[in-house]
Write a protein that binds this ligand. Structure first.
Ligand code: ADP
Ligand code: MG
Length: 266
């Protein structure tokens, strides 16, 4: 018999935040953090107040992707964390609390979960239209704890068009369904590459698989992001493409996805 998810706790809203959007994937390395950061920036570009919670406690990437390496977070007089401002986003990451970039996190599970919950509930977010949450890969405790304790408005799943990635994404989709988090749709990353010389489109990881998967699961494909060296370079330098080159095709793809998400807002 299908095991139905039942939250033992009343799920709470986070004060001041209108919508919480989770960005998840099955696998690591599919570009989840890159998509999450650029999507948050695209929502901000459309005029929203946006926060970014880096909940990938095992591999926080917000400090790098947003050019915030070495930043330290502090608390206000009410013991609330003060998010770090960057490119119009309010950012919180466990990376701002570790002694250095190379320090491994050696906490046990319960402490990690407490940290995520504190980053969410004990931060002075102010008033936000959206909080974009970059989840750790997979279907682990962090995802479940968030869904158990918080009212989540929607999840986006990021995949590359490969069977290897899609197999794991199916698990993520099933998890979100099980815990009753509405899935807004799929973002296909590294969908194709346009050769700068010939302008020809190459489907390096295959073509059509994401759409086929989305149809099977009755999900929307919100958009496809090409492989672009500027995404990788900008990521390493802390200069996200939506900020650096908002007129580029890639940035426009992110902005279009943000518009689809934003359209649903009341
Ligand atoms: N569309 C893309 N084109 C080129 N490089 C990309 C693209 N998406 C992600 N990358 C690169 O792939 C690597 C993994 O991305 P990341 O966002 O850290 O993945 P995840 O969060 O899923 O582990 C990074 O080096 C990133 O710059
Ligand atoms: Mg990541």
């Amino acid at each position: 018999m299908e095991q139905k998810f039942q939250s033992p706790f009343p799920r709470q809203r986070v004060k001041g935040i209108r919508k919480i959007i989770l960005v998840g994937s099955g696998k690591g390395g599919v570009g989840k953090s890159t998509v999450a950061v650029n999507l948050a920036l695209a929502l901000s570009y459309l005029g929203n107040e946006v926060g970014f919670l880096d909940a990938d406690i095992y591999g926080p990437s917000a400090p790098t992707l947003l050019g915030l390496k070495g930043e330290r977070i502090s608390a206000n007089e009410n013991n609330k964390l003060i998010p770090i401002g960057r490119y119009g986003l309010k950012v919180v990451s466990i990376g701002f609390m570790l002694p250095s970039e190379d320090t491994p996190l050696i906490w046990r599970g319960p402490m990690l979960l407490k940290a995520v919950s504190q980053m969410l509930f004990d931060t002075d977010w102010g008033i936000l239209d959206y909080l974009v949450v970059d989840l750790p890969p997979g279907t682990g405790d962090v995802q479940l704890t968030l869904a158990q304790t918080t009212i989540i408005d929607g999840a986006i799943v990021v995949t590359t068009p490969q069977d290897l990635s899609l197999v794991d994404v199916k698990k993520a989709v099933n998890m979100f369904k099980r815990v009753e988090v509405p899935i807004l749709g799929v973002v296909e990353n590294m969908a194709y590459f346009i050769c700068p010389d010939s302008k020809k489109k190459y489907y390096i990881f295959g073509k059509g698989k994401t759409l086929e998967f989305a149809r099977t699961y009755n999900l929307k494909v919100l958009g496809s992001i090409p492989i672009d060296p500027r995404i990788a370079e900008g990521g390493d330098l802390g200069l996200p493409i939506v900020v650096e080159e908002p007129e580029s095709e890639v940035a426009k793809a992110f902005i279009n996805i943000a518009k689809l998400i934003d359209k649903g807002k009341d």
